[in-house]
Design a binder for this molecule. Structure first.
Ligand SMILES: [Zn+2]
Length: 109
């Protein structure tokens, strides 16, 4: 096939796939010789999505609202994300603004 991004030629290749830095294993893909972009066929994509659901990673991005607590604001973190990050009450986290619209929360060392 032709690469959608650069028009280069793709070759069959086994690709190491990760989601949220969790390794899923190696999957059959078509990989672009020029830019390295990889494409999975429908079956493989379905298999990956299935695994993502099993591991509770699928759809982990959630909407939440900002609440006011005294002089500061609090953001409720949905339980799926609490569980994924192993957050505990009283734990220290680091907040790093990444842009005017993005905030990174680092839990752990
Ligand atoms: Zn390409």
């Amino acid at each position: 096939m032709k690469c959608v991004l650069c028009g280069g030629k793709t070759i069959p290749k086994m690709i190491e796939y990760k989601e949220l830095e969790i390794p899923f294993g190696r999957f059959k893909a078509e990989s672009c010789e020029k830019c390295g972009e990889s494409y999975f066929d429908e079956n493989t994509a379905g298999e990956i999505q299935q695994k993502s659901k099993q591991l509770g990673l699928f759809g982990l991005a959630k909407k939440t609202t900002v609440a006011e607590v005294g002089n500061s604001m609090a953001i409720r973190i949905p339980k799926e994300i609490v569980s994924f990050l192993s957050l505990k009450r009283g734990m220290e986290v680091t907040l790093t603004p990444k842009s005017k619209h993005d905030l990174e929360i680092h839990a752990g060392t």
